[in-house]
Design a protein around this ligand. Structure first.
Ligand SMILES: *[C@@H]1O[C@H](CO)[C@@H](O)[C@H](O)[C@H]1NC(C)=O
Ligand SMILES: *[C@@H]1O[C@H](CO)[C@@H](O)[C@H](O)[C@H]1NC(C)=O
Ligand SMILES: *[C@@H]1O[C@H](CO)[C@@H](O)[C@H](O)[C@H]1NC(C)=O
Ligand SMILES: *[C@@H]1O[C@H](CO)[C@@H](O)[C@H](O)[C@H]1NC(C)=O
Ligand SMILES: *[C@@H]1O[C@H](CO)[C@@H](O)[C@H](O)[C@H]1NC(C)=O
Ligand SMILES: *[C@@H]1O[C@H](CO)[C@@H](O)[C@H](O)[C@H]1NC(C)=O
Ligand SMILES: *[C@@H]1O[C@H](CO)[C@@H](O)[C@H](O)[C@H]1NC(C)=O
Length: 435
């Protein structure tokens, strides 16, 4: 009778002393994780544990690449730090994952609706922390996963965008500062009004950057360097719309897409040789800043003066414009003749204007699109919505045209048709074909 009891006691002591610190990827109900202990994914890529960011003494639960504990890619209790090192991660009675402080108050909870009988938390090789029944390995049966609640970083395989069936949006939110992972001033999210496009939004001052709309093949402002480094995936279904990318395991030990706390998106890779992070891409073209040239302006970063008015338009405030203050934008030199005849000027290789006031029909031809634009005197421009197979679909813009950028490189951008009075088109044909 003595022996089994002794055995069980020893077993539990073993568990609490060595159980998690010997780098398991899983823990189950009855177990818990204290500050100092961690989970490590089975391939040793990722680690989940307690950390203090920057100069802060607060404690948080986070996930990081094991090679790089200083760069945390996900934080559980972002908004509610522990103030000492007595936090414990364990299961609540419904099978949700709960972080308790020393006085057993709930600091953070995975807070899902499905009740688990024998819950297991597992840190997968992708860096995704999942909760599931102990017998189930099917990803459709995860009751909760950290990939559904991104912090400021997208890992390979993680989706940013919308699952419309369950009403879930996954977006990045910057940290407040190096010392504080609570949600800061910037959000990077997929806007699905009309054609999908990613937008970087400052809570204080609105849009700062957009990738350009999905044209059926790419987002125009997502550069080739990213296409070369990794396989980008955009899924544009009725139920789900998301962007994701794949790790290129052979060359890089790690990669991250992240939104830093000053509102800059960055793509980093770590090579297998050095394990140091290299900044592979961050938008640094002044024409990538939202609406650099104001309404009806066009941005060309190769020019000495990057902003010009679209053809047929003049600076609204010439004095400010000459002082390189472009914020006032441009206005028509001659009003359009509507309902008498107008024409269209073709502008190739551009990031088409932001979709502010617009109309979309994804099955119209370009000819029908032009006719539709001419029917309405407030229509200012049109373009195909999809560039595949020579182009199809129709977008109409009403009002000012905002955030147009011209690309130098081939295979970037789309063709935009801008409405002008016939007299203006004649002028340009005779005098200045190229601005
Ligand atoms: C635990 O959290 C509760 C609620 O936030 C707080 O009132 C309490 O002081 C905390 N206890 C410790 C030991 O930090
Ligand atoms: C859990 O979710 C419910 C409903 O969304 C919310 O009211 C509650 O505050 C959440 N609890 C925690 C601990 O996050
Ligand atoms: C799941 O947990 C229950 C209760 O601890 C146990 O009886 C069962 O064997 C476990 N199943 C698996 C597949 O681990
Ligand atoms: C954010 O990224 C930009 C571009 O790489 C960099 O200049 C800036 O210093 C970064 N800000 C912080 C707070 O890391
Ligand atoms: C830029 O011009 C606008 C008017 O177009 C004016 O309101 C604004 O104050 C100017 N900004 C600066 C920095 O001069
Ligand atoms: C879209 O265009 C097609 C082709 O012209 C037309 O048959 C259809 O009715 C249009 N749909 C809408 C919503 O206007
Ligand atoms: C022109 O388009 C605008 C914006 O969609 C709409 O509000 C207006 O009713 C249209 N006018 C006509 C004559 O169709």
């Amino acid at each position: 009778m003595e022996t089994p009891t002794l055995f069980i006691c020893l077993y539990f002591i073993c568990l609490s002393v060595f159980g998690l610190s010997t780098a398991a990827d899983t823990f189950s109900s009855g177990q818990s994780m204290k500050d100092g202990e961690s989970l490590v994914s089975s391939d040793q890529s990722f680690e989940l544990g307690f950390f203090s960011p920057g100069n802060s003494k607060n404690r948080y639960i986070g996930i990081w690449y094991k090679i790089s504990p200083g760069r945390v890619v996900w934080v559980a209790n972002r908004e509610n730090p522990l103030t000492d090192s007595h936090g414990v991660l364990a299961f609540g009675h419904d099978g949700d994952l709960v972080l308790f402080n020393q006085s057993n108050s709930v600091i953070w909870s995975s807070n899902f609706s499905r009740v688990l009988k024998n819950p297991v938390a597992q840190l997968l090789d992708t860096g995704n922390l999942v909760l599931r029944e102990n017998y189930s390995l099917n990803s459709d049966e995860y009751s909760w996963q950290s990939f559904d609640h991104p912090s400021d970083t997208q890992l390979p395989g993680m989706k940013l965008g919308w699952d419309l069936k369950i009403g879930l949006e996954r977006h990045l939110t910057s940290w407040k500062s190096m010392d504080d992972p609570s949600p800061g001033d910037y959000i990077y999210r997929l806007n699905i009004q009309g054609l999908p496009q990613f937008e970087l939004i400052s809570l204080g001052s609105g849009k700062k950057y957009r990738t350009g709309t999905w044209d059926g093949i790419q987002f125009s402002a997502v550069p080739m360097v990213l296409h070369a480094l990794t396989k980008l995936v955009f899924f544009n279904g009725d139920d789900e719309k998301f962007f994701s990318y794949e790790a290129i395991k052979s060359e890089y030990s790690a990669s991250i897409f992240t939104l830093n706390h000053s509102g800059i998106i960055q793509f980093y890779t770590a090579s297998k040789r050095s394990n140091a992070w290299n900044l592979a891409y961050s938008p640094n073209d002044p024409c990538d800043s939202y609406s650099t040239c104001g309404a009806n302006g066009i941005c060309r970063s190769s020019r000495a003066s990057i902003c010009n008015c679209l053809k047929g338009f003049v600076p609204k405030s010439p004095e400010e414009w000459n002082l390189l203050n472009w914020s006032g934008g441009c206005t028509r030199r001659i009003p359009i003749n509507c309902p008498k005849e107008d024409g269209f000027l073709k502008l190739a290789k551009v990031k088409i204007p932001d979709l502010l006031e617009f109309w979309l029909n994804e099955s119209m031809s370009l000819e029908e699109c032009q006719a539709e634009c001419l029917k309405n005197c407030s229509c200012t421009a049109y373009a195909n919505s999809d560039v595949n197979g020579g182009g199809s679909g129709c977008i109409l813009w009403f009002g000012n045209l905002i955030d147009i950028k011209e690309y130098e490189e081939d295979n970037y951008g789309q063709t935009l048709h801008i409405r002008l009075p016939i007299s203006e088109l004649g002028n340009f044909a005779n005098q200045c074909l190229f601005l």
